[in-house]
Design a protein around this ligand. Sequence first.
Ligand code: NAI
Ligand code: 15L
Length: 266
Amino acid sequence: MAIERILLTGAAGNLGRVLRRQLRGRFVLLRVSDIGDMAPAEAGEEVVRCDLSDAEATKRLCAGIDAILHFGAQSTEAPWPTILAANIAGSINLWEGARLAGVQRILFASSNHVVGLYRRTAHFDHKIQPRPDGRYGLSKAFGEDLASLYAMKHGIRGFCMRIGSCFERPSNERMLSTWLSFADLDRLIRVGLSADYLFEIVYGQSRNTRAWWDNSNAYRLGYDPQDNAEIYAHELEGKISGDPLNDEFQGGNFVPPDFSGDPTKL
Ligand code: NAI
Ligand code: 15L
């Protein structure tokens, strides 16, 4: 079935603003939504303010939509009540609203922090057992499971993108491994909107020479990233935090706060 009507959550955020530009004009309708202020609607757009933790409002938000790009969330570590409302309840409300509205597919902005407690020397693909590095990472692991439930049980295609570090350019040595350029984000989104799958987990990373994650599952589906963080290596090599937990584990600065375990066991 054709995908003509798109909902983008998190439209006021850093990636939401980039995606809104990339998506504009490509669909019959682009409905953009956030809890915060957004730029006024342009041709073919609807702007809807919505708190995803409000189930009824989120249900209305999903009406008439073919595919959702779910980027609205608390995007960094935060206390439990914040994570619970925005990321756990917010995602439940979104998938439930999607089910009631007959949405065909949801592309979910998951995160590398689902696997943040693996060492940087560990290289693996999407089948690795999650090791969240905090409450935020756990909420993204939950979102992936939610996507699986609604795919397997209700037929809503779920495309979970474990995004590394999506910024205009990488800014430290870690990001030579984790960087996702804005252009490659667009390429990945195009795959998520067009490929034939039921439920998939892929990594949101560019074709980085120093990548930790085997992204063959994304390549199999048609993703062909064109950027490589390595062009910034001469500026960023040696740009580390100096904190052993931060520098040894994939999750970087999400790892040290509250850490009271035994890192030698990991
Ligand atoms: P951001 O923090 O700039 O944007 C998130 C947006 O979600 C904000 O505009 C915020 O107002 C909105 N939001 C928060 N709570 C909400 C609620 N209860 N209801 C409705 N909207 C709400 O983050 P960014 O960088 O744009 O990330 C977008 C998504 O991608 C997030 O889900 C984040 O977890 C994910 N991600 C981003 C990465 C990156 O490198 N930028 C890496 C991995 C994942
Ligand atoms: C994320 O999940 C965050 O949303 C983003 O702000 C970055 O911290 C990114 O991960 C990262 O690990 O670089």
